[in-house]
Structure formats: structure tokens, C-alpha cells
Design a protein around this ligand. Structure first.
Ligand SMILES: C[S@@+](CC[C@H](N)C(=O)[O-])C[C@H]1O[C@@H](n2cnc3c(N)ncnc32)[C@H](O)[C@@H]1O
Length: 290
């Protein structure tokens, strides 16, 4: 039996009443795929060798597939350090999170944000716990950096934010054992993926219109030049015999870039947008090479 609890932590309760929390995204992330997993379900291959996810973010698809062998990466070094700390140093992360939860408040949030942005003297584990704390208490769970590469999202208006759940983070850490997690641009997947592997690309989307651009994932941005490069990497992986799946918005530029492949239309609600009028259902695509 499955029970949906707050923040999509799914608990499975066996016939003996023993409950085991299922791993799922531990960070809120713009473009997170949790709500689309059901629509994606029919399209995954039944079998594959290694799994690669080069635009990791919150990793919703990784948690859904739970592959035996996986290589996860993202260009955001702070994000990747957080994943690695949850994999390698969970007890320390939990201890720090307990301290943040105890002291949480407006003044504390802004002090923690300042500390998170401090260059030297902040260990990866300290920064990881700060990242989780800020992610769960900031406005909309957004991750945005200013021109100097500083996280600059203000505090959110949650009355009692659920900052972490020990059982859930333990389940996440368990499933990450043996998983490769690295900081790198998406192109490096070409150096590692082999025939029979599955590669899932979830890049920052091509904007629906010039004014709806939400490209603030990272100080670097992601323009059409990178979308073209990604399409070339897609084709290269196809030639190599990989299974390749990609998500993007349903706009003519994307349909043109992937005209040779199977394009599946997806209806999706977008939650991260500054204007509530844009929170409606928008068209997305899944591009599959088999
Ligand atoms: C749409 S999000 C991925 C969301 C993820 N699938 C989820 O379910 O949470 C896109 C991610 O791509 C990363 N990114 C942006 N430019 C990149 C690049 N050139 N190479 C690799 N990752 C990049 C961002 O840091 C961000 O985490």
C-alpha cells in the first residue's frame, strides 16, 4: 500500500505494518519532473545498461527508475556537492539540519544565506546542509544566483516549513551508494555513455516566448547555441547505440531540432513562474530515439 505524505514522500507499508520511506527528490527544483512521471511511464525502455542523467537538478527521474548503475551530473557545483554530502556524510548533514530547524526564523535565514555564499571556510558538508535548509525555507524553493554567483532568493512565507525528514534522507542516501555524481557540463556524457546505456536529458527549456524566458538556473544561462549543441550530442549518442530520451518545451524550434526522432506530446502544469496567469497547462515534448 502506498501513502502520499507531505512533499511527496511516499511511504510503503507492508502487510506486517513495517513502514519504509521511498527515496524521492530531497530538493525542490525548477523544472522538477515529479508531476510528469506518470505521463512518462509508458516511454521508458524495459532494459538498459547504465543510466546517465546530465541535467540532474532534483533528480525525479533517477528516483523513479532507481537504476542499478548510474552516473548523475549537473553544472551547478553547489547542487552536486549537496547530493554527494547526502550520499557520503549523511549523519553530519542531519546534525547540521537539526540545528537549522531549531533556529529557523527570518534573521537566521538571511544569516544562513550569507554563510552559504561565503567563499572560504565553509566545508562541503556545511554548505550542503545550508543548501537543503535554504531550499526548504526560501521563496518557492527557487534556486537563483545573481551576477556574482551568489544565491539571492528571499525567505518564503511558510508558517511551519518541513525542512527535512530523517527517514526520507536515509532512504535517499542508501539509494545513492555506488552512484557516480559529478560536476560537469552535459557534453561530457559523450565521454562516458556506451551502447545499451540510457541517457535522459532534461535541459533548461527553450522559452515559450521571448518574454517568458526562465533561464536563471545558474549564472551561466542556457541559450539556443547550447540547445543546438545538445541536439548534436543527442545524435552522437544515437549513433553510438544509446537509448536517448529528452524533455523540452513544445515549440517549433525544438520540433525542428529533433525532427528526425519520435516526438511525444506531454501536457504539463508549470509551477514556477512569477505570474500566476502563466501557471496553467503548457505543452512539452519527450523526444525518444527508439
Ligand atoms: C530542468 S532542470 C533539471 C530538473 C530535474 N530533471 C528534476 O527533476 O529536478 C535543469 C538542470 O540543468 C542544469 N544545467 C544548466 N546548464 C547546464 C549545462 N550546460 N550542463 C549541465 N547541466 C546544466 C541546471 O543546473 C539544472 O539543475
Amino acid at each position: 500500500m502506498e501513502i502520499e505524505t507531505k512533499e511527496s514522500v511516499v511511504e510503503s507499508v507492508g502487510p506486517d505494518g513495517v513502514s519504509g520511506v521511498q527515496p524521492s527528490p530531497f530538493l525542490k527544483w525548477a523544472g522538477g519532473k515529479s508531476r510528469l512521471l506518470e505521463q512518462y511511464e509508458p516511454w521508458w525502455p524495459e532494459e538498459f545498461e547504465r543510466y546517465h542523467e546530465p541535467f540532474l537538478g532534483g533528480g525525479a527521474v533517477f528516483f523513479r527508475l532507481r537504476p542499478e548503475e548510474a552516473a548523475l551530473s549537473d553544472v551547478n557545483g553547489r547542487l552536486v556537492d549537496t547530493w554527494r554530502a547526502v550520499r557520503d556524510s549523511l549523519p553530519e548533514v542531519l546534525e547540521r539540519l537539526a540545528g537549522h530547524r531549531e533556529r529557523h526564523g527570518r534573521t537566521y535565514f538571511y544569516r544562513a544565506r550569507q554563510r552559504f555564499n561565503a567563499g572560504r571556510g565553509v566545508s562541503p558538508v556545511e554548505r550542503a546542509a545550508l543548501m537543503i535548509y535554504l531550499n526548504k525555507t526560501c521563496f518557492n524553493g527557487l534556486y537563483r544566483e545573481n551576477g556574482r554567483g551568489e544565491f539571492n532568493v528571499p525567505i518564503g512565507s511558510y508558517r511551519d516549513p518541513r525542512i527535512f525528514d530523517v527517514g526520507h534522507l536515509r532512504a535517499v542516501s542508501r539509494v545513492l551508494q555506488g552512484v557516480e555524481i559529478r560536476v560537469s557540463g552535459f557534453e561530457s556524457v559523450v565521454d562516458r555513455a556506451e551502447a545499451g546505456d540510457l541517457v535522459y536529458f532534461d535541459p533548461p527549456y527553450v522559452p515559450l516566448s521571448a518574454t517568458s524566458a526562465f533561464t536563471g538556473y545558474h549564472a551561466s544561462g542556457f541559450g539556443m547555441d547550447l540547445q543546438h549543441r545538445l541536439a548534436r550530442v543527442y545524435a552522437e549518442l544515437d549513433r553510438r547505440g544509446c537509448r536517448v530520451m529528452l524533455s523540452n518545451s513544445d515549440v517549433p524550434a525544438v520540433r525542428e531540432l529533433y525532427a528526425g526522432w519520435r516526438i511525444i506530446g506531454i501536457r504539463a502544469g508549470r509551477s514556477i513562474s512569477c505570474k500566476s496567469s502563466r501557471r496553467g497547462s503548457v505543452g512539452e515534448v519527450l523526444v525518444r530515439n527508439w
